[in-house]
Design a protein around this ligand. Structure first.
Ligand SMILES: [Zn+2]
Length: 442
């Protein structure tokens, strides 16, 4: 007996798929998914000009089993940019929320997502189910996410918490560390929901200032959660740390881990997940790494069919210690488009830099920029520290970077130059810290 209670997402999924009681079998869930996939494909072919073209010559009746989905074409971020409104299955007057994703570094039209009121209600519903794992009536949750305006992610989470009898304290993305910590102390927030790098900046600042705060649990929401940040939050605050895997394309749905912290239980009542070979597109069996591909099961406004997320991960095989019947996704190890190539020495990602650099004590945050146009790659790191930087900090940062095998090998081969700049953090955080990427060095 592990003592770990089953994730509340099971009861939520059971209700959504119409199972009796809070339990369901894999076969029941698969049958539900197949029926919903057929419905989604039929709905999209009938109502969306984009899908009418894409799915010409195919029909929902071609789906005799879930495996048959692999014969249907993929969709990708580029399709969203190029076809925009042609994806829509409802009239524009039925759209209650448009989310524009700014695609930094790319030119041309932005990626836009359209949601109906019912689509947004589905988001509130699974936020409510997911949050019951970490907050209960009497808790106060500081929301450090963007979108405090009506219909934004922060707002939907606020509604979900209120429905559960938990007090939300909307704050928004952290721009000023001392101000956010003051809000936490004033409200005596017991739970935080935020972006990993931002929450770590708060914890390290609070630690260096000797502030004690009653944090019981933290939910980190992003495409990638560095393991080092989870360890540090647990060490500094003694809190439990949960992770939410989600993306705007899915109305912020995706997966949430349980008290066993053994992967993200996928929101399988709303989405069907596949793992495919990133190069050939062939299906990969459970346990093998590949690109995450998602199909929405209940979306009316803008359904996504076999949408390539660009996230690299794998499905975990075997049951979760919590006993859930929902499948689990391993933490995302990278982005298909976020690899920095170092020739023969391999590659590194922002995730590698996060794991390496956040291990440096007192690091509040950093930015990374790369110039990969010349023979030797240049990597420039700008670090902000809790204390005034000294020589030893530069050495520590370089030593940390060299724990990344490709970086170490490339430095030894003379094909990588490092530039390190460090300064004392004055309390400000770049607003862009919520959406991080390795920038291009000009
Ligand atoms: Zn579990």
């Amino acid at each position: 007996m592990t003592g770990i209670t089953r994730t509340r997402l099971d009861a939520w999924a059971a209700r959504k798929i119409g199972a009796c009681g809070a339990n369901f079998s894999r076969a029941e869930l698969d049958r539900y998914q197949l029926a919903r996939l057929r419905e989604t494909i039929g709905w999209a072919r009938k109502n969306s000009p984009f899908y009418r073209d894409l799915l010409a010559g195919r029909a929902e009746t071609d789906l005799a089993s879930l495996a048959d989905l692999s014969r249907f074409p993929f969709t990708a971020a580029d399709d969203l940019r190029r076809h925009g409104l042609r994806f829509l299955c409802v009239s524009q007057s039925d759209v209650s929320r448009v989310v524009t994703l700014d695609s930094s570094g790319t030119t041309g039209p932005a990626k836009r997502l359209y949601f109906t009121a019912a689509d947004q209600e589905a988001t509130i519903d699974f936020f409510q189910a997911g949050m019951t794992n970490l907050a209960e009536p009497g808790d106060k949750v500081l929301i450090l996410l963007p979108g405090e305006r009506p219909g934004g992610v922060g707002d939907l989470l606020k509604i979900a918490l209120e429905r559960s009898g938990v007090k939300p304290v909307p704050h928004g993305v952290v721009a000023d560390i001392p101000a956010a910590l003051a809000a936490m102390a004033r409200e005596q927030a017991t739970c935080l929901v935020g972006v990993p790098a931002q929450v770590l900046a708060l914890a390290r600042w609070a630690e260096s200032a000797g502030m004690s705060l009653p944090v019981k649990s933290v939910l980190l929401s992003t495409d990638h959660v560095p393991r080092i940040i989870i360890r540090e939050l647990k060490r500094i605050w003694g809190c439990d740390v949960f992770e939410h895997y989600g993306m705007t394309e899915l109305g912020l749905g995706g997966g949430t881990d349980c008290a066993a912290h053994a992967g993200y239980h996928l929101h399988e009542a709303d989405f069907h997940f596949e793992i495919v070979d990133p190069l050939t597109g062939d299906p990969r069996p459970a346990g093998e790494t590949g690109e995450v591909v998602v199909t929405t099961l209940a979306r009316r406004g803008m359904p996504l069919i076999r949408y390539r997320t660009g996230d690299i991960s794998r499905l975990l095989s075997g049951p979760c210690p919590c006993g859930s019947a929902l499948r689990r996704l391993a933490p995302v190890t990278g982005r298909q488009d976020g690899l920095i190539a170092l020739g023969e020495q391999g590659f590194f990602t922002l995730a590698d830099l996060d794991e390496a650099l956040y291990a440096v004590p007192g690091l509040i945050g950093f930015t990374a920029a790369v110039d990969n146009r010349r023979r030797a790659t240049r990597l420039a790191i700008a670090a902000s520290l809790a204390a005034a930087p000294g020589r030893e900090h530069e050495r520590e940062l370089i030593a940390a970077l060299e724990t990344v095998p490709a970086i170490r090998a490339a430095r030894q081969a003379g094909s990588l130059e490092l530039t390190i700049a460090a300064e004392r953090c004055r309390g400000g955080l770049e607003p862009s810290a919520a959406k991080r990427a390795i920038m291009e060095l000009s």
